[in-house]
Design a protein around this ligand. Structure first.
Ligand code: PMP
Length: 403
């Protein structure tokens, strides 16, 4: 399979005249995803889960099939453990509002890593404020490692919840989720895993990880925007109250109360077309296979790290090992602000991200205010990486530094 053939599946990659290296923010979509969404609206559009007429039943069937596709993809035990949401952020807020506010109290501790995206930090700051539970930061090394010592210190008999990203959106490092769930479960804490940057790039098995919750977004794995997932263990979901209330999520409603349906977390009309598009994206990923995807992404990362790392004024954040970057290379350039770096790269037709990447505590902890991030997907090419390196190598000169 050549990259050229793969790129033909992506209409925007065919049309755009820039090099897209902001895949960690959102991926591009293959035509099969666009077609799946269009077909849903052209052929099956009715409000799912409501009507008893054939069109609505078909819409329901497609929606539930998509749930099954997600279940099998992340190896959940049952489809009922998959909740469709808008994105990772909503999934994590669901856990914070429904589990955090109801099962945590003063005297408890919430352990969060210093490298969390704001989406897996602000909800726990809110729970801490509202319940009195104490927020404890698990700090990492400058390479992004969460050492055993740090984990043992931070996950103790007071810990009731651990919030951890599987892959950092700044460093790209892969965290030892299995070890963390073992340690957390030993003290009776639940583990909330942010899978936004892992699920699109590596096989994820929630049962093998023994994660209690796992959140991810459709748009980062080439699905539509506005659809995301939350996995939760059945016994936890069963005891949690709904996050949002209203239509669709009830068995019956009385003047003074209601009995909730098992699908109590999906209030209101659902994003069935989004779920169908996400299922198409998952099938596309599965067709390519993670062996191929990981090999390609590692080659690109290696190339980027070697080329950028050879420039003495460039500093790559995180691990020295490209295998521990998940396609993410964040860097700083001596004397040049990342916003200027991204503007210059943009003027050379290269799309990257600059800023704090919604992980301000991590950057502050690492002693950098912001960074430039190039993030790759298997459809990127070695030539695109070479163009990035070439452009970066001219930046200091163009800023007047004479190199
Ligand atoms: N967590 C991580 C690690 C992320 O990289 C992102 C997206 N940048 C999010 C959470 C939030 O994802 P979304 O905006 O799709 O909710």
């Amino acid at each position: 399979m050549t990259t050229d053939n793969i790129r033909k599946n992506f209409p925007l990659l065919q049309q755009m005249d820039t090099i897209y290296l902001d895949n960690a923010a959102t991926a591009q979509r293959p035509s099969c995803v666009l077609v799946a969404v269009q077909e849903f609206y052209e052929q099956k559009n009715a409000n799912p889960l409501r009507g008893f007429y054939p069109l609505s039943l078909e819409a329901t069937e497609s929606y539930q099939e998509a749930r099954k596709t997600v279940q099998e993809f992340i190896h959940a035990e049952e489809p009922e453990e998959i909740i469709f949401t808008r994105n990772t952020t909503e999934s994590l807020n669901l856990v914070a509002y429904s589990y955090g506010l109801n099962f945590l109290k003063e005297g408890d501790e919430i352990a969060v890593t210093i490298m969390e995206h704001h989406s897996n930090l602000l909800p726990w700051q809110m729970v801490s404020r509202m319940t009195g539970a104490k927020l404890h930061y698990l700090e990492c090394t400058s390479e992004g490692e969460l050492t055993d010592e740090e984990l043992q210190k931070g996950i103790n008999e007071r810990t009731r919840l651990v919030a951890v990203t599987q892959v950092s959106n700044v460093l790209g490092c892969v965290n030892p989720i299995q070890k963390i769930t073992e340690m957390a479960h030993r003290v009776g804490a639940v583990v909330v895993v942010d899978g936004a940057q892992s699920v699109p790039h590596m096989p994820v098995d929630v049962q093998a990880l023994d994660a209690d919750f796992l959140a991810f977004s459709g748009h980062k794995l080439m699905g539509p925007m506005g659809i995301g997932c939350l996995y939760g263990k059945r016994e936890l979901l069963e005891k949690m109250p709904p996050f949002l209330t209203g239509g669709e999520m009830i068995d019956s409603v009385y003047r003074d109360g209601a009995v909730f349906a098992p699908q109590k977390f999906e209030a209101g009309t659902v994003n069935a077309a989004g779920a169908v598009g996400l299922a198409a994206a998952i099938r596309y990923l599965q067709e390519k296979g993670f062996d191929y995807i990981q090999k390609k992404e590692l080659e690109l990362t290696q190339r980027a790290m070697e080329g950028l790392g050879a420039l003495p004024y460039v500093h790559i954040l995180g691990s020295k090992d490209p295998a521990n970057h998940t396609g993410i290379v964040s860097f700083t350039i001596d004397g040049v602000h990342p916003h200027d770096v991204s503007e210059i790269l943009s003027s050379d037709g290269i799309d990257v991200r600059a800023g704090h990447h919604c992980a301000q505590p991590l950057l502050e902890y690492l002693g950098v205010r912001s960074s430039t991030r190039a993030s790759m997907m298997f459809y990127n090419t070695p030539e695109e990486i070479d163009a990035l390196i070439e452009s970066v190598s001219t930046i200091r000169r163009r800023m007047g530094y004479g190199e």
